[in-house]
Design a protein around this ligand. Sequence first.
Ligand code: UT7
Length: 321
Amino acid sequence: MTTYARIIGVGSYLPERILTNAELEKMVDTSDDWITSRTGIRQRHIAAPAQLTSDLATQASRHALDYAGIDASSLDLIILATTTPDRIFPSTACLVQERLGAPRCPAFDLQAVCTGFVYALSIADKFIRTGSAKRALVIGAETFSHLVDWTDRGTCVLFGDGAGAAILEASSEPGIYSTHLYAEGQYNASLTAQGYVSEGCLQGGSGFTYMNGGEVFKLAVTNMSAAAEEALIANNFNVNDLDWLVPHQANTRILSAVAKKLQIAEEKVVQTVAHHGNTSAASVPLALDTAVRDGRIQAGHLLMLSAMGGGFTWGSAVLRF
Ligand code: UT7
């Protein structure tokens, strides 16, 4: 009998502080009109100075555990996707594990930038399918504002902070049907924060985000739709079988172009980018939790998750909620 990984709980957390486009107008040479027309973003949440990725991740995880009605001590795997870990080491996943009270289960971070949650979901799926885990907590959490140069209008208007989480459990019913993951390291310089730490200091480049926006835009559309199409074909699904596309929330123009390429109605595309901005690894689980809690996504719905990020990395997951 096939064992599938099913989502039994979702949760998210956003820091209290909201940064509006009007405030950004006072910080850099930009306008609400430019930001909304080019990106669809109206506001983003920004972590407080002392609030780190583990703080957001722990809150999102608690909400997911409450939703599932389970105790953290019953988890046997934690994977945390992030680009903005609390520390160089140990992993942020270990910090969250301690706070949740999930002793001894393996816990590690995963770095695939905005594709991180889809990568993490894929790995957790494989642990569950092979019988190595029965219950997994998968988190996407970011304090991406730490990597933002607030004087660079080309990037500072785009990003926000937040966290989303999902609990997966072994089941005889699907669940996750498949995941498809990709990377093309040749594009490493197109979206990057180049520095590294040595001798106690940042070396080798900047700690701020650099992005070739045009290139990211084009490849995000191509790759996110290709990964979704591949997942449909692999499972003999038609695009009309999908109840919802839950894509990485980068930009409404990217989401519209992906919807057009896939020939899926825009009403079936979960869009939260207007309120959250681009939260990198947190964006897909944040969008998922938002749409579950507002009643759009319901039990039994067929979902396509699709993401693209630095690396470049990209991928998709098709699942029955
Ligand atoms: O997870 C993946 C992460 N990355 C993304 O999702 C971003 C993908 N890329 C994009 O979303 C778009 O490329 C952007 C929104 C970043 C930029 O939109 P665009 O339509 O490609 O604009 P552009 O970069 O071609 O810039 C057009 C103009 C430029 O001025 P000039 O050279 O035409 O005079 C920019 O300097 O807009 C200017 N500009 C701005 N103006 C006002 C760039 N940023 C801003 C700004 N406010 N914030």
